[in-house]
Design a protein around this ligand. Structure first.
Ligand SMILES: [Cu+2]
Length: 174
């Protein structure tokens, strides 16, 4: 592993120091190494998700529908507060009943989940998704498993829409 090699180099570099200073450095490197390993563990979550058991992928998905705008073209998500439980499988149905184009943009949230697929019409998209664009009358289904707890922002970045209140909050709870 890269980190270990780096750690080794630092130790070698300071070997000629008087022993107390050397110990001090060693202690600091231990702290840094621990922190790095911690970060590594967090970064490893999506990899762990790839090993999600078949059982989880076979469990019926919990269905939630979010409307992007509405029939009278109000600039809002309905509902604008979503809550998910980590480790459960969800099918998030996105609809756009308005006459305007909208986006479902929640990049940090998307980083905290494992996407099984996004389905729109006869097309299924596998792999990571960060943003979905829905044309008037469009529908899409996003099947995923939330992994990382936290509170994430949701918005429609079309000029004027975020400013008009087309925002929301998505929470992942353990
Ligand atoms: Cu919009």
């Amino acid at each position: 592993m890269k980190i270990y090699k780096h750690f080794y180099k630092i130790v070698i570099k300071y070997l000629t120091f008087p022993s107390s200073a050397w110990l001090q450095i060693l202690r600091w490197n231990y702290v840094i190494l621990t922190l790095l390993l911690g970060i590594n563990f967090i970064a490893a979550t999506p990899v762990m998700a790839a090993n999600l058991s078949d059982d989880l992928l076979k469990q019926p998905a919990i269905q939630i529908t979010v409307s992007l705008g509405n029939a009278v073209n109000e600039l809002k998500f309905e509902p604008n507060h979503l809550e998910f439980l980590a480790g459960k499988r969800y099918q998030l149905r996105l609809t756009n009943p308005s006459q305007l184009k909208h986006y479902f943009t929640a990049k940090d949230f998307a980083d905290g989940i494992w996407t099984q697929k996004v389905q729109a019409g006869k097309v299924e998209i596998k792999g990571a998704i960060h943003e979905l664009e829905l044309k008037p009358g469009a529908e899409a289904e996003w099947v995923f498993v939330p992994l990382k707890s936290g509170t994430y922002g949701l918005r429609c970045p079309i000029p004027g829409h975020t400013e008009a209140g087309m925002t929301g909050e998505i929470a992942i709870k353990n």
